[in-house]
Design a protein around this ligand. Structure first.
Ligand code: PMV
Length: 386
């Protein structure tokens, strides 16, 4: 059907963090950032878009709930894609005038703070681009929804260029390497139970940009060097280098939050325990085998190579016991591994109290957004949710 398109899109987790805007309206960042896109087979957003002359208003349903289409970021994404379509003359003028209905779901908990807005906006923008037959780069439109969403428009390893143009036309994402370039790369998302209300990324970034001295040093000195080095590490598949930069950049991002005035924190005691576990593990291994990174919340994303997964899952299960061990790890399959007494002695960690970690999602680096062609749309032929 030409008036209905359905797309799935991935989440991405940054290894060089975006934190701070130079333009709030256009969502232009103060620094470049780098991320890996995670497999849609484990975590994805799915969005259907529908248009037709019978529609009387733009409407959106998110995770089963009707929401208002007045959200400026949403409107900017729709107008952004329509503007490109008009410029490319990719569809008739009449088709462009019709209203749209949007229905979107995530296959993972939105509330868990797992980069759901990045997947959601990348999905929306890609679905609209397909509906309006747009051919050019759409990362700059996804950026208008949520900055980090521009990186979910591509698979593999992705760089978001801060750009220098006031219009934002050079603030786009590009692919550094395909997922298949480093097929052993895996990610473990450690979902930490968290009831505390966190500072939104928009508010936090503003506060940091206005008040942190450390952010200036980060932007002028640290990020440019780290970006060059991590791109090289990805191209050379140098895991220890990739991992060290990833951890240092996560630590510095949380340090600039604490350097803001008033300060705010995202990591909890459990997050800090995870940091300790990973450093101890790497120390005992005699080499950096696992990296942690934390976004604007307490959950950890661990990057590691496939061969390390059974061991690290085993260690995490030991340190963070669960009352429902059978459902503790979801996602990809892995082999069970029993850690030796000798290894545990060397690591020197004791089990924490039960259920500090909710669960683990085991996933890998994957492809960018893709059209769903099996007809499993989320809207019916009248553009209403199924
Ligand atoms: O795109 P936003 O507004 O959700 O901000 C994302 C900020 C971080 O996740 C902390 C870092 C990043 O680069 O993804």
């Amino acid at each position: 059907m030409n008036n209905m398109k359905t797309v799935i899109a991935p989440v991405n987790i940054a290894v060089i963090k975006y934190w701070g805007k130079r333009d709030e309206e256009l969502i232009l960042p103060l620094n470049d950032s780098v991320s890996a896109t995670l497999a849609t087979s484990v975590m994805c957003a799915k969005t259907s878009v529908f248009t037709g002359p019978q529609l009387t208003s733009d409407e959106i349903w998110l995770n089963g709930k009707k929401e208002s289409f007045t959200n400026k970021r949403l409107v900017n994404c729709l107008e952004g894609i329509k503007a490109i379509a008009a410029k490319e003359k990719s569809v008739d003028e009449e088709f462009l005038k019709w209203k749209v209905h949007v229905c979107s779901v995530n296959n993972f908990p939105t509330a868990a703070g797992l980069a759901s807005s990045a997947a959601g906006y990348a999905c929306l923008v890609t679905a609209l681009a397909k509906l309006y037959n747009v051919k050019s780069d759409v990362s700059c439109v996804a950026r208008l929804g949520s900055g980090s969403a521009c990186r979910s428009v591509y698979g593999g390893f992705v760089q978001w260029h801060a750009g220098t143009e006031p219009t934002g036309k050079d603030s786009i994402a590009t692919q550094i390497a395909e997922a298949s370039h480093w097929p052993e790369m895996r990610a473990l998302i450690l979902v930490v139970g968290d009831s505390a209300k966190k500072t939104s990324s928009t508010k936090g970034m503003k506060k940091t940009a206005e008040t942190s001295e450390l952010l200036k040093h980060r932007i002028e000195y640290c990020v440019p060097q780290r970006t060059t080095s991590i791109i090289q590490a990805i191209k050379e598949k140098n895991f220890p280098k990739f991992a060290e930069i990833t951890m240092k950049d996560s630590n510095q991002f949380h340090a600039v939050c604490l350097d803001s005035y008033p300060p705010f924190v995202y990591m909890t005691e459990v997050s800090h325990k995870i940091v300790e576990v990973i450093h101890k593990y790497n120390e005992v291994c005699g080499e950096v085998k696992v990296a942690y990174t934390f976004d604007a919340g307490p959950n950890a994303c661990l990057y590691l190579l496939e061969e390390e997964v059974p061991k690290i899952i085993s260690l995490i299960k030991y340190v963070f016991p669960s009352s429902s061990p059978d459902n503790f790890v979801t996602g990809l399959n892995y082999e069970q591994h029993e850690l030796s007494k000798d290894f545990l002695n060397k690591v020197g960690l004791e089990p924490e109290s039960v259920d500090l970690l909710k669960y683990i999602i085991y996933t890998k680096v994957g492809e960018g957004p893709a059209e769903v062609t099996d007809g499993s749309h989320l809207l019916d032929q009248n553009g209403l949710p199924l």
